[in-house]
Design a protein around this ligand. Structure first.
Ligand SMILES: *[C@@H]1O[C@H](CO)[C@@H](O)[C@H](O)[C@H]1NC(C)=O
Ligand SMILES: *[C@@H]1O[C@H](CO)[C@@H](O)[C@H](O)[C@H]1NC(C)=O
Ligand SMILES: *[C@@H]1O[C@H](CO)[C@@H](O)[C@H](O)[C@H]1NC(C)=O
Length: 178
């Protein structure tokens, strides 16, 4: 069937609506840089072990299947007294049968001050805490200022200020639609 002029006009109208719905493609990329402060043990622990590995039997050091939760602090600097920016809350699951094993992590960065107060970013990724170099995660979404966010984060171990605390440095590159 030959397309009639009416069909063509309808098609053009549909394409015009589609173009409007997807916007002009303008995006903004924001670089965030901060430090994650974690306390492994003690009165003010920010991590909790929820379930041990069902494979952690005598003679095996597998951690497969263990689950932990965290509610770490986000701060501007590596110093525990530097400006407070919010929390990083989520799960760490040992989801790798290999040895050494990587972990699957699902984290929400919840900003509590500044331009992004009340906004969140959701990070998802497989990380090997034992490996040297950057640990990369995907930014899979966000809320507030970060609605429809996409991007990636890079994290490195900064150090252990005390035996019970650890500091990680993180850079996040977030793209949002204008
Ligand atoms: C826990 O935090 C409180 C309040 O900041 C502090 O007074 C206390 O010394 C901390 N406890 C430990 C074991 O660090
Ligand atoms: C325990 O882990 C170490 C290092 O991850 C590995 O070299 C060793 O073979 C493991 N031992 C057993 C019994 O699985
Ligand atoms: C962040 O937003 C909350 C809720 O609107 C407000 O109570 C709080 O004072 C804000 N914090 C900062 C540091 O701006």
């Amino acid at each position: 069937m030959m397309p009639t002029p009416t069909t063509i006009i309808c098609l053009l109208a549909f394409l015009a609506v589609l173009a409007a719905a997807t916007g002009d493609g303008t995006t903004t990329t924001t670089h965030l840089h901060f430090y994650i402060h974690e306390t492994f043990a003690g009165d003010n622990a920010t991590t909790a072990s929820l379930a041990p590995s069902p494979l952690a039997v005598a003679g095996s050091n597998s951690s497969f299947g263990s689950v932990g939760a965290l509610d770490d602090e986000l701060r501007e600097g590596s110093d525990a007294a530097s400006r407070y920016l919010g929390r990083v809350e989520g799960l760490v699951v040992q989801a790798d049968l290999g040895n050494p094993a990587a972990a699957w992590t699902l984290l929400t960065l919840a900003f509590a001050g500044g331009d992004y107060n009340g906004s969140t970013l959701v990070l998802d990724g497989r990380v090997d805490f034992g490996a040297a170099g950057d640990m990369e995660r995907a930014v899979v979404g966000g809320t507030g200022r970060f609605r429809r966010a996409r991007g990636y984060s890079l994290m490195t171990k900064f150090g252990n200020p005390t035996p019970n605390t650890g500091v990680f440095e993180m850079d996040v590159y977030v793209t949002t639609m204008a």
